[in-house]
Design a binder for this molecule. Structure first.
Ligand code: BG6
Length: 293
């Protein structure tokens, strides 16, 4: 759908000439690119800071990932172990999605539904057929629901993540709560598995951790911005905490050298031990509900 959008939502040309939905309702402002079904901005009215972080160096090009916001990782997370040349984090963030539905609800929340189905192009990198539906509800709170259906005639195993980049006052002064006692895969230590000892996670160096068996909500406390960001989820057993710190930021061309203090990723995921296997005809939904206090 490209016409008949409700008041408060427009479809226009965004950065790099890519199609972008702009939302300005009584509840929030937001921006969604059809490329990657990428939510780049969400800010409830009355809140002084955007909730999502975007890199000023991000590319906005067909076939390239956007740096910041909420990339959708699918059907694998990180490197593809079976195909090292395949693009990291899969192909969902590299393709243009279809816009299926746009509404503004009575309370002013915007609902945007996008979809991506496998085709000859996706099969070249990711052989299995799939049908993805991604529903966003953008209001005072943010709800994201990614549904994966298996239209094929055999089982389909995949990984996925809502790779949410949060804007923070200074990553060295925030705390991540809700992962105490969990085991994490430490990607900065060759994938070693470690226990999370402290009750909260603080960041004092490169951090790249995949927390296992973590269905519960996570809170990001940011005293500098005077806010707490709550991430509740369903259908997700893995949680990723990522900050590239100094050297890795410098190594990434689409990430400003000095931008690392302003962001932290807390990702709602199913990956590693928690890859999902769908029988033919089945579907699976993963949701993230993000609220501020
Ligand atoms: C995180 C991974 O989710 O994404 C990191 O755990 C990775 O290992 C980061 O570096 C960014 O990935 P990319 O492909 O967007 O540069």
């Amino acid at each position: 759908m490209t016409s008949g959008l409700p008041p408060g939502i427009t479809l226009g040309e965004g950065r790099g000439g890519l199609p972008r939905l702009s939302v300005a309702t009584a509840r929030c402002t937001a921006e969604v690119y059809l490329h990657g079904a990428h939510l780049c901005h969400w800010q409830p009215r009355g809140h002084p800071h955007p909730v999502l972080w975007m890199s000023r160096e991000s590319r906005f090009e067909p076939g390239a990932p956007i740096r910041g916001g909420v990339p959708v990782c699918f059907p694998w997370f990180g490197a593809n172990a079976g195909a090292p040349a395949a693009p990291p984090h899969g192909i969902a963030r590299l393709n243009a999605w279809a816009l299926d539905r746009v509404e503004v609800e009575r309370d002013g929340s915007a609902v945007i539904v996008l979809s991506l189905a496998s085709d000859a192009g996706t099969r070249a990198a990711a052989p299995h057929d799939f049908a993805l539906t991604y529903a966003m509800r953008l209001g005072d709170t943010l709800s994201l629901a990614l549904t994966v259906a298996n239209p094929g005639d055999g089982p389909f195993t995949f990984e996925e993540a809502l790779h949410t980049y949060f804007a923070v006052s200074d990553v060295r002064h925030v705390a991540v709560e809700g992962l105490a006692g969990a085991t994490f895969v430490d990607k900065t230590a060759g994938g070693t598995r470690k226990p999370q000892d402290g009750a909260v996670i603080t960041i004092s160096g490169e951090t790249d951790r995949l927390y296992l068996n973590t269905p519960a909500a996570i809170t990001l406390a940011d005293p500098g911005f005077g806010r707490r960001i709550h991430v509740a989820k369903s259908g997700s057993l893995a949680s990723v905490v990522w900050n590239p710190w100094i050297a890795k930021s410098r190594a990434m061309p689409d990430f400003g050298d000095d931008e690392w203090p302003g962001m932290i990723c807390i990702e709602t995921a199913n990956a590693a031990d928690h890859a999902v296997t769908l029988p033919p005809g089945a579907s699976h939904s993963m949701t993230a509900a993000i609220a501020l206090s």
